[in-house]
Write a protein that binds this ligand. Structure first.
Ligand code: SER
Length: 318
C-alpha cells in the first residue's frame, strides 16, 4: 500500500483517513478524491493531491488510477442509512454501480480495494447479542441491502479474479472532525456538540435502543491495519465484524453528564431511524478480526467521551 486513492475524502471517515495515510505512508501519494461541491479544504487540500472522483464515472476513476499509479482504493462513497431510505435509487447507484466501476478498474489495474460494510448489513432475524461473524444477513433498509451486496460482490471479485478486496463492518462512528450525515447512529455524535455548546439535545432514538459504536481513531486503525495484514492469515475478507463499545442513549448521556452535568435531553423519536436501529445488532462478536489480523480497539466509552469533549471544546472555542 503506497499510492492510495481515497474516494469520499471529505466525508466523516475520509477526511481523517486521508490525513492518517499521508502521515503514516510519507513515501507514497494519497489522492483525496471528492465530488464537486465537497472540495477538500485547509490541511486536506494543502497536504497532497486531490482529484474529482465520482464513483459513477468509470473513465474518470481509471484516469486517476493511471496518473498516480494507484495500488489501493479506499471506497468511502455512500449514502448513510436514513438518507438512503429517502433516496433508495440514488443509494443503489452510488453504492452498487459505483462499486462495480471500482472493482472493474481494480481488476484491470491490480489495485486492492477497501469498501466499508456496516452494522447495517444485518437485519431483524440476525442474532442481536454477540452477533457472529458468519450469520443471517437479511436487512430491510436500502442501506443494508447495498452493504450485503457490497460484501458479496467484493468477495466475488476476490474469488473469481483475485482482486485483493478487504473490509470491516463499521459500527456507528463517533468523531469530532467532520460530521456524519443522514445516519441512524448520528445522534451519538450530535449529542456531544449539543453538550459542549450548552444546547438542549433532541434525541431521535428511543431509550433502551442498543447499537455498536466506535471512536474514529479505532475505526481508522482498523481500515489501515486490515489492508496491511498478512493475506495468508485471512480466512474472511468481506467483511469483518469489529466492535469496541455498545450503548443505548441513556448510558451515553449519563457518561457525558459525568463531565458536563448540565446536558439537557428530550426525545423526539424518528420512526424511520428507530425502525432501522431496532433491526441492527446490539453488540457484534469480533473474534475473527482479533484472530485473523490482531484487531484490538483502544477506546471505551469513558476514554472516548473525555477525548471528544476536549477536542470539541477546542474546535468550538467554548
Ligand atoms: N453509521 C451508519 C448509519 O447510521 C451505519 O453504518 O447509517
Amino acid at each position: 500500500m503506497k499510492n492510495i486513492l481515497v474516494i469520499g475524502s471529505t466525508g466523516q471517515i475520509g477526511s481523517e483517513l486521508t490525513m492518517k495515510l499521508r502521515r503514516e505512508i510519507p513515501s507514497g501519494t494519497v489522492v483525496a478524491g471528492y465530488i464537486p461541491g465537497a472540495e477538500p479544504k485547509g490541511e486536506l487540500a494543502e497536504s497532497g493531491p486531490s482529484a474529482v472522483a465520482d464513483v459513477r464515472d468509470a473513465a474518470g476513476l481509471a484516469a486517476i488510477v493511471s496518473q498516480y499509479r494507484i495500488d489501493t482504493i479506499y471506497n468511502l462513497a455512500a449514502l448513510l442509512s436514513a438518507v438512503a431510505e429517502r433516496k433508495p435509487l440514488l443509494a443503489w447507484d452510488i453504492q452498487m454501480n459505483g462499486l462495480l466501476n471500482i472493482l472493474e478498474i481494480a481488476r484491470e489495474k491490480g489495485c486492492a480495494v477497501f469498501t466499508p460494510s456496516s452494522i447495517g448489513s444485518f437485519g431483524p432475524e440476525t442474532p442481536r447479542v454477540g452477533t457472529p461473524q458468519d450469520t443471517i444477513q437479511r436487512p430491510r433498509s436500502m442501506y443494508g441491502v447495498t452493504k450485503v451486496a457490497t460484501e458479496l460482490l467484493s468477495d466475488y471479485y476476490f474469488h473469481k479474479y483475485g482482486v485483493d478486496t478487504r473490509s470491516v463492518r463499521f459500527p456507528g462512528l463517533i468523531s469530532y472532525t467532520t460530521l456524519p450525515g443522514g445516519g441512524t447512529t448520528d445522534y451519538a455524535v450530535e449529542v456531544y456538540y449539543s453538550a459542549v455548546k450548552g444546547e438542549e439535545f433532541v434525541c431521535p432514538i428511543a431509550p433502551g435502543t442498543y447499537m455498536d459504536m466506535m471512536y474514529m481513531p479505532d475505526a481508522l486503525q482498523a481500515a489501515v491495519h486490515l489492508m496491511q495484514a498478512d493475506p495468508a492469515r485471512l480466512r474472511h475478507r468481506n467483511s469483518f465484524n469489529i466492535a469496541s463499545m455498545s450503548f443505548e442513549p441513556e448510558q451515553l448521556f449519563a457518561k457525558i453528564r459525568e463531565y458536563i452535568p448540565e446536558l439537557r435531553v428530550k426525545y423526539e423519536v424518528d420512526p424511520v431511524r428507530q425502525a432501522i436501529a431496532e433491526s441492527w445488532p446490539d453488540r457484534m462478536d469480533d473474534a475473527c478480526a482479533r484472530e485473523e489480523w490482531d484487531w484490538e480497539p483502544a477506546y471505551d466509552l469513558d476514554s472516548m467521551t473525555r477525548d471528544m469533549i476536549r477536542h470539541l471544546r477546542d474546535k468550538l472555542l467554548v
